[in-house]
Design a protein around this ligand. Structure first.
Ligand SMILES: Nc1ncnc2c1ncn2[C@@H]1O[C@H](COP(=O)(O)OP(=O)(O)OP(=O)(O)O)[C@@H](O)[C@H]1O
Ligand SMILES: [Mg+2]
Length: 435
């Protein structure tokens, strides 16, 4: 829920605002800037602040908010005659100002706009996040270096591959390695936006474009300006919208809904699909001209079946990451378990592997679909007629020690501690077994 902090010294107005906004937002309020500062630890999303306050002014408080909660948006309430100060506030980073007496409809619109800006900023931020893109196999490394090469150019790139193979991660990887890396990464999911809203979401609309359009609104294209626009599930883009995307990709031109002028954008395009676009073109389900425009630089994400040698790396990585996130003890993935993982079909690819590991961490044990529990701490000894007691003991010691070494990621001191073993004895055994 969006959190709104109200700072207003006049009690009647403050209470009215609390009541008006309280139904829809999580509201807290203060009668002075000094008092409001203590609410900043709760990171309000939106601050609605009077300009004239006893003590610290609204402008001073704006600076405090911008320093302590740079992600919050501040709306300043001003009395008649305070416009020059309000303009100053805008220069200092206020989101907008609203004149008093307050028009509550206008206030609602402003707050909604601020919410939109905040959520879009967050989307862009996640585009900048660092991420791990793992794989040791040759096919994966080749894919990665192709992505890197394409990243340097500004050409549209198409990423294909089965579900869960890492197409979105590849799109972010390309952006992060491109000259536009410090600008935004905006993702558009072609199948998630209803067809009738697609244009206004993407291109924005101008004031009065339709009933309810009291103000103009920027679209995602404008938001991605200077950065990368990622069209996910492009195979699901309805045919009637395809010419508009073609025009956008070819010339950067687009029109806001209800707008007359052509606007020009400067963005880099990345597309992704798990469909066979070429086959769709043959069936008349996807425009051929758009296909050729976007498919010249294609990166195909290999399925997990094509890179089984990456399964242990990925499984270990997810085990560490997921257990850390869930504050749980990581389970040990023995060679036996990893071998079993390698033999699966993995229709859902990397995502399926991640989900499976997540399930294990939640359950606190390793269970396969066949219902058989796999104890991650079982050590098997092979029985052979010509082995003697010493052979068995050594085999057991070796397996036991390598199991604990793996558990403690090679930290020998931790192994000795857990096994309540003399450290020197441990070291000599490790060297004897070549561990
Ligand atoms: N090589 C990798 N290293 C680490 N994590 C990965 C890797 N590939 C994929 N993932 C993770 O697997 C999940 C699925 O990846 P992503 O969403 O990029 O796949 P996708 O191909 O876009 O899937 P879909 O077709 O279902 O949209 C994500 O959580 C992603 O972080
Ligand atoms: Mg995806």
């Amino acid at each position: 829920m969006t959190r709104v902090l109200i700072v207003e010294d006049r009690q009647s107005l403050r209470e009215m605002l609390e009541e008006f906004l309280g139904g829809k937002y999580y509201v807290f309020s203060s009668e002075s800037a000094e008092d409001a500062e203590k609410h900043l630890v709760h990171y309000p999303d939106i601050v609605l602040c009077d300009l004239r306050l006893p003590g610290k002014s609204g402008i001073d408080f704006l600076s405090v908010v911008k320093e302590k909660c740079p992600e919050s948006e501040v709306i300043i309430m001003t009395a008649f005659g305070d416009i020059p100060t309000a303009v100053e506030a805008m220069k200092k980073g206020a989101f907008d100002f609203i004149p008093k007496p307050l028009d509550l409809n206008f206030l609602s619109v402003l707050i909604e706009k601020a919410e939109e800006t905040i959520s879009l900023k967050r989307k862009i931020e996640t585009g900048r996040q660092t991420f791990d893109f793992l794989g040791e196999s040759l096919v994966f490394k080749n894919t990665l270096s192709l992505g890197k090469k394409y990243a340097e150019s500004d050409m549209p790139v198409l990423i294909t591959g089965e579900s869960g193979t890492g197409k979105e991660l590849m799109a972010r990887f390309i952006h992060a390695n491109s000259p536009r890396k410090n600008q935004g990464f905006v993702a558009v999911n072609s199948s998630a936006i209803p067809e009738n809203l697609f244009e206004s979401e993407l291109f924005g609309y101008s004031k009065g474009a339709f009933t309810g359009a009291q103000n103009s609104k920027k679209g995602l294209v404008e938001l991605a300006e200077g950065g990368t626009l990622f069209f996910d599930e492009i195979g699901d883009l309805p045919l009637p919208l395809q010419p508009k995307i073609l025009r956008l990709v070819e010339s950067g031109e687009y029109q806001r809904v209800g707008g007359e002028d052509f606007l020009k954008s400067d963005v880099r395009f990345i597309f992704a699909t798990n469909r066979n676009l070429k086959a769709m073109v043959e069936k008349g389900l996807f425009r051929e001209d758009l296909y050729h425009r976007i498919a010249s630089f294609t990166v195909n994400m290999p399925s997990l079946r094509e890179r089984v040698e990456d399964i242990p790396v990925l499984a270990d990585y997810f085990m560490q990451k997921v257990s850390e996130e869930m504050n749980a003890e990581p389970l040990i993935l023995t060679d036996e378990i990893l071998e079993k993982l390698k033999k699966r079909e993995w229709k859902g690819n990397v995502r399926e592997l991640k989900n499976l590991v997540e399930k294990w961490v939640i359950l606190g044990k390793i269970v396969f679909d066949d219902g058989k529990e796999q104890y991650s701490d079982r050590i098997d000894i092979q029985i052979f007629p010509d082995k003697d007691f010493k052979d068995y003991s050594e085999e057991f010691e070796k397996k036991l020690l390598s199991f604990y070494l793996k558990k403690h990621k090679g930290n020998r001191l931790a192994v000795a501690k857990e096994l309540k073993m003399n450290y020197k004895t441990l070291l000599s055994k490790l060297s004897r077994y070549g561990l």
